[in-house]
Design a protein around this ligand. Structure first.
Ligand code: XMP
Length: 339
């Protein structure tokens, strides 16, 4: 087994983790969360935003337990989701008894993001777009509440009060000031590993409970600078290749599956050669990290032959990609995502 189990995860944290403070009992948490959702939402209707990540899926499963038919689960296709994400998430949640409704809002997102390069601005626009879609859905369903899968690092990193803003997570700092709905956030106090423990206790399938994290703004935070449908396609294909190859390497016992692994796209093109001709194409960054809760992370030590396979596949299968780099930065000083 090749991996990096010998490397300690950076001990720098932005806050002490919950696990350092108290043991986590999922059954107790589930019981409390279900009764708190019932108490908060009361007899009203609610919609829930499901992104396909474990956080929103756990929030959906809890809300579904608490509210039964008066919860409506929405998956917004922003055009910035992973390959086949909508279909996959719908199938996974349906096995857990949760019905998901897919709304295609990709055209709206690309129009709103056109010409925008600043990461914080992008996050705010995405947060705002999401809310507009949810408001429209809530109006149709006469829902007063929006249930979100916000977890502790989302609001810690989004700053406010005496805290520094690291990045405005779309579901916190990216929310517009005027919100036409009341918020219900049952996972606000949890860290990622506690969400996974809860997912297992709720009986969610392992492909969901053990799924690597996927950020709410999706591929938008993996495209450095301006977003275009072309760049979204490139990074989506590259992410799928990284996932396939690292999962294969893990299945073959070559590596321990990283905590999170994906590709990102840099805005700069570089010169290369294709056949006998000069090329000028995009640069793809491969990122794979080990972490416990996303607050700190160490880059994964991936064997060169696995990286080589990823690089060859990306440059062969994606016409617009001419160069592949591997990111060897920890968090801090970097963050997991590139924006
Ligand atoms: P960073 O990039 O902040 O990521 O080191 C830590 C973890 O959080 C995910 N992430 C997000 N999740 N909304 C989310 O729901 C966001 O805006 C967001 N930004 C980052 C990231 O994928 C990693 O797992």
């Amino acid at each position: 087994m090749c991996g990096n189990a010998d490397l300690p995860i950076s001990t720098h944290t932005l806050t002490s983790t919950r696990s350092e403070r108290m043991p986590f009992t999922p059954e107790k948490f589930i019981q409390g969360a279900v009764s708190s959702i019932k108490g908060t939402v009361g007899g009203e209707r609610a919609i829930i935003a499901v992104s396909g990540g474990v956080d929103s899926s756990v929030a959906a499963a809890l809300a579904s337990r608490a509210l039964g038919k008066s919860i409506y689960c929405v998956f917004v296709d922003t055009g910035l989701m992973r390959k086949d994400e909508g279909k996959l998430v719908k199938a996974m949640l349906s096995r857990a008894g949760v019905e998901l409704h897919v709304v295609d809002a990709s055209a709206d997102f690309f129009i709103a993001l056109k010409g925008v390069g600043d990461p914080e601005r992008k996050r705010k626009i995405i947060g705002e777009r999401f809310i507009r879609v949810f408001e429209a859905e809530a109006k149709k369903r006469k829902a007063a509440y929006l249930v979100q899968g916000t977890i502790a690092p989302d609001w810690i990193e989004s700053g406010g009060g005496s805290r520094e803003t690291i990045k405005s997570h779309h579901n916190v700092g990216g929310l517009p000031k005027k919100l036409g709905m009341k918020l219900c956030e049952p996972l606000r106090d949890l860290y990622k590993h506690e969400v996974r423990i809860t997912a297992r206790a709720l009986g969610l399938p392992p492909e969901m409970s053990e799924r690597q994290p996927f950020p709410g703004p999706g591929l938008a935070v993996r495209i450095v600078g301006e977003i275009t449908p072309e760049k979204a396609r490139i990074v989506r294909e590259a992410c799928a290749i990284v996932e396939e190859e690292l999962e294969r390497a893990a299945d073959d016992g070559k590596i321990e599956l990283p905590w999170q692994y994906f590709a990102a796209l840099l805005p700069s093109k570089t010169v290369g050669v294709r056949g006998d001709e000069r090329s000028y194409q995009y640069t793809v960054v491969v990122r794979a990290v080990r972490s416990l809760d996303g607050m700190t992370a160490n880059f994964s030590h991936i064997p060169p032959d696995v990286l080589q396979k990823i690089s060859t596949r990306i440059t062969n299968e994606i016409r617009e990609a001419g160069r592949v780099l591997y990111d060897i930065t920890n968090k801090p000083p970097a963050t997991v995502e590139l924006e």
